[in-house]
Ligand binder design. Structure first.
Ligand SMILES: [Zn+2]
Length: 81
């Protein structure tokens, strides 16, 4: 990885320029990190993916795209083993 500033959420990989909310953290998007803490504090990737998928669907993202973004979450720094 290069040294450039991170431009995507370390938890869900959403690019910050696609983030429509108010971001509180340098590392996480407005959905993953709010009110001073991570919205999902667990360590279960599958459970987190489900939460993300549902919130994307609620935001009107079509099912195919939502499924792809959900799949991509496994590559986010937060979930790397
Ligand atoms: Zn996020």
């Amino acid at each position: 990885m290069s040294e450039k500033k991170c431009t995507a959420c370390e938890s869900c990989l959403m690019p910050f320029d696609k983030d429509t909310g108010v971001r509180e953290s340098d590392k996480y998007c407005s959905l993953c990190f709010k009110n001073g803490k991570l919205a999902y504090e667990g360590t279960d990737l599958k459970e987190f993916q489900k939460v993300c998928y549902e919130s994307m669907r609620k935001n009107g993202i079509n099912p195919l795209k939502a499924r792809f973004f959900t799949w991509m979450i496994r590559f986010a720094p937060r979930w790397k083993k």
